[in-house]
Design a protein around this ligand. Structure first.
Ligand code: PMP
Length: 406
């Protein structure tokens, strides 16, 4: 990638200059959570040092200023995902809460006995369990859309499964375990053809792909701030206005009401109806700094660099004897999951950690997917825009050393 200065970007992430076990940190666990850039840290610090106050209810200076900044992040997300209105952007505490909100609120209002909910084998537990919970409550059925040997959703099977009983299809845009980029635009159209709504789990795609909710025509979309250089404890649920308006509140409390009386309580308008209680004000404000940072580098540049890292790492890792990459779709983001003959992922992860390399090992909250590939776990290296080819080389060398040791 020409004119791309990765060292300049690395300077924006203070944690990259630390050591772990006396080795320079090589952080390859970006699919779990990204590191935080300086502007995000500064925004958090500025809020807590100088601007802390509650929002939305106060007439005093700090409360009003906080409210303005909080709402600016909402606008910034509206532009990032091209939502029609800013009030279609609901703040939650993460993808998990966003998905639970939809399953619980939409599900309770609209799901009937005998309805079907389609989920793919690739789903994170947070896009499985909330649907199982509501399905059990209302008598609906959860059905699995299978994946092929490359780790791609089987579109032929999906088309066969679609019928007028399907009320909801919920899948991720990008798989956290394998990195597969799913053809959601096509899948959304097919779901709408049978009258189903489509829920997109964009936890893994929000910092890697341009997302246009109007163009995709998805009904809901969920993501987390901490996977896009922002603070933990903040997430987003986008929903189409007419659906959100029809849905009952998810939680009751302050801010989400219009008038409360013991006879009858009425609810606030969007987005406040779904934002009960004092939110993570500092986190939401700092999320705007993360979005500005992403926009400054540009998602096209981010994607191109990560793709270069993916191709290089795939090529280098494939040379290691006994190493098998799980998830070999051509449509992949910068995630490499692998197994190695004679070595348990947990041992690999521990020995890599001793060498300063952070990877993730385990089932990655996708147990059905592990079952599909007949493995208990993988080792997963996931790359972000601040990673380098030298770090890939260090990973490969460390795996070879680990392999000899085990
Ligand atoms: N879905 C996917 C695809 C994810 O990768 C994750 C995070 N690992 C989640 C959902 C859950 O996100 P959170 O833990 O931030 O709520």
């Amino acid at each position: 990638l020409e004119n791309f200065d990765v060292l300049k970007i690395r300077n924006d992430f203070p944690e990259l200059s630390r050591t772990v076990h006396d080795r320079p940190l090589i952080y390859l666990d970006n699919a779990a959570s990204t590191l935080k850039c300086r502007p995000v840290i500064d925004a958090l610090n500025a809020h807590y040092s100088n601007e802390a106050a509650n929002i939305h209810r106060g007439v005093h200076y700090l409360s009003e200023m906080g409210t303005i900044k909080y709402e600016e992040t909402r606008k910034s997300i509206q532009h990032l995902i091209n939502a029609r209105n800013d009030y279609e952007v609901i703040f939650t505490k993460g993808t998990t809460e966003s998905l639970n909100l939809v399953a619980s609120s939409y599900g309770r209002k609209f799901l009937k006995k005998g309805d079907q909910i389609l989920l793919s084998t690739l789903e994170h537990h947070s896009n499985i369990v909330p649907w199982q919970m509501i399905a059990e409550e209302v008598g609906a059925e959860v059905i699995e859309i299978p994946v092929n040997d490359l780790g791609e959703i089987d579109l032929t099977a999906y088309k066969i499964l679609l019928n007028e009983k399907v009320a909801i299809v919920a899948t991720n845009h990008i798989s956290n375990s394998l990195g597969t980029i799913n053809p959601i635009a096509e899948m959304i159209k097919l779901a709408h053809d049978v009258g189903a709504i489509y829920v997109v789990d964009a936890a893994q795609s929000i910092s890697h792909e341009k997302i246009d909710v109007q163009n995709l025509d998805c009904d809901f979309l969920a993501f987390s701030s901490h996977k896009m250089f922002g603070p933990t404890g903040v997430g987003v649920l986008y929903g189409k206005e007419d659906l959100l308006n029809e849905m009952p509140p998810y939680q009751g409390g302050g801010d989400m009401i219009d008038v409360v009386s013991f006879e009858k309580t009425t609810y606030n308008t969007l987005p406040h109806k779904f934002e009960a209680g004092t939110p993570h004000i500092a986190g939401v404000i700092a999320l705007k700094a993360a979005i500005d940072y992403i926009n400054e580098i540009g998602l096209d540049t981010i994607k191109a660099w990560e793709h270069e890292l993916l191709e290089y790492a795939t090529e280098q890792l494939s040379k290691i004897d006994g190493l098998k990459i799980i998830g070999t779709s051509k449509e992949k983001t910068s995630v490499i999951s692998f197994t190695m003959e004679g070595a348990h992922p947990h041992d690999i992860g521990t020995l890599l950690d001793r060498q300063g390399i952070a990877v993730r090992t385990g089932h990655h909250c996708t147990q059905p997917l592990m079952k599909r590939f007949n493995i208990p776990a993988t080792t997963r290296a996931s790359f972000s825009v601040y990673n380098t080819k030298e770090e890939v080389d260090a990973l490969v060398a460390a795996i070879i050393k680990t392999k000899e040791f085990l």
